[in-house]
Ligand binder design. Structure first.
Ligand code: UD2
Length: 297
């Protein structure tokens, strides 16, 4: 079943031996109850999906924030992205930082671009993390309309180890949080105080999503970031901060605006040294960091 014969022509791909039972996994769910795919290794054929998107000349905007000491994560992030992230496709990185002079010199491949946005330093790491929603909203609104087709918003304290490609593209894309993918819903750390706009009552919710990676079409991610920014502002006006900051608001958003595609924890793993039976390949993984040392407060 592994042996396939491909013939790639300029306008189409022909491959022999297809049967409808080739793909899929029996050890994990690869579809949500609302019929959105959940992308795991073994649920797609990279050659087939690459050949489809190659004809479309797409650009993937990719945002990353590196303020304060988090600038130290940038080199590995970018170098590993050049090796694994949308290889062969147009990627435009938008890097938000308070220290443009400290950006490492990383050689980018063909049709790979980097734009630097200078932003003010902030004293609370929570404000940096939450403030991303508003900056993303404005970036999409003011600059991206003619520049990109899709956007992914990624944490910087992370590194790529395996392919992250066009199989991840969709209208609205969420990533299942690596600490919660195999746990029951009552354990999810949703915001539980009704006073917060991020409130999710007990007994509700689908998955627990990470805010370290999300994406989709410009239109859908704009709506997501705008809604989360509005809810963050309302909470701030009411002197309440959701338990996991913008991640709590993202989870609320995805409950009422279901993602059209979910990425498995292969797309944001917790620690490269930790294996899990179902995770056959780690594509992107958090770097272990000393929070007290790297954060401003
Ligand atoms: C979790 C989330 C993260 C965010 C945060 C909010 C996961 C895996 N990650 O991670 O996405 O929702 O909780 O509580 O679920 N940053 C800076 N400079 C700073 C601090 C933060 O640039 O001084 C940026 C940087 O891009 C970083 C991101 O903000 O990747 C999130 O901060 P974090 O990684 O410290 O948050 P963490 O690990 O608690």
């Amino acid at each position: 079943l592994k042996c396939r014969d491909y013939h790639v022509f300029p306008h189409r791909l022909i491959y022999w031996g297809f049967t409808s039972i080739w793909f899929g996994r029996t050890d994990v769910a690869s579809v949500t109850p609302w019929l959105a795919p959940i992308v795991w290794e073994g649920t797609f054929d990279a050659t087939v999906i690459d050949s489809i998107y190659k004809q479309q000349n797409i650009t993937v905007a990719t945002t990353v924030f590196a303020l304060g000491k988090y600038i130290r994560f940038l080199k590995d992030f970018l170098e590993s992205a050049e090796e694994h992230y949308f290889v062969g496709f147009q990627v435009h990185y938008y890097l938000f930082t308070d220290q443009p002079e400290a950006i490492p010199n990383v050689k980018l491949g063909q049709k790979r671009y980097l734009t630097v946005k200078k932003v003010p330093s902030l004293n609370r790491w929570q404000d940096i993390s939450m403030g991303r929603m508003e900056m993303l909203e404005k970036l999409i609104e003011n600059e991206l309309a003619k520049e990109a087709d899709y956007i992914f918003c990624l944490d910087v304290d992370a590194k790529f180890y395996g392919r992250w490609g066009v199989e991840s593209l969709g209208r609205l894309v969420g990533v299942i949080h690596p600490w919660f993918f195999d746990l029951p819903r009552f354990i999810f750390t949703y915001e539980r105080r009704p006073e917060s706009q991020a409130y999710i009552p007990a007994g509700q919710g689908d998955y627990y999503y990470t805010a370290a990676a999300f994406g989709g079409s410009l239109k859908d991610v704009h709506h997501l970031t705008k809604t989360c920014r509005e809810h963050l502002n309302t909470d701030a006006a009411n002197s309440i901060e959701a338990i996991w900051h913008e991640e709590s608001h993202l989870n609320k958003y995805f409950l009422y605006n279901k993602p059209s595609k979910l990425l498995s924890p292969e797309y944001l793993w917790r620690d490269i040294s930790m294996g899990a039976g179902q995770v056959k390949i780690v594509r992107f993984s958090h770097v272990t960091k000393n929070n007290a040392e790297v954060r401003p407060n």
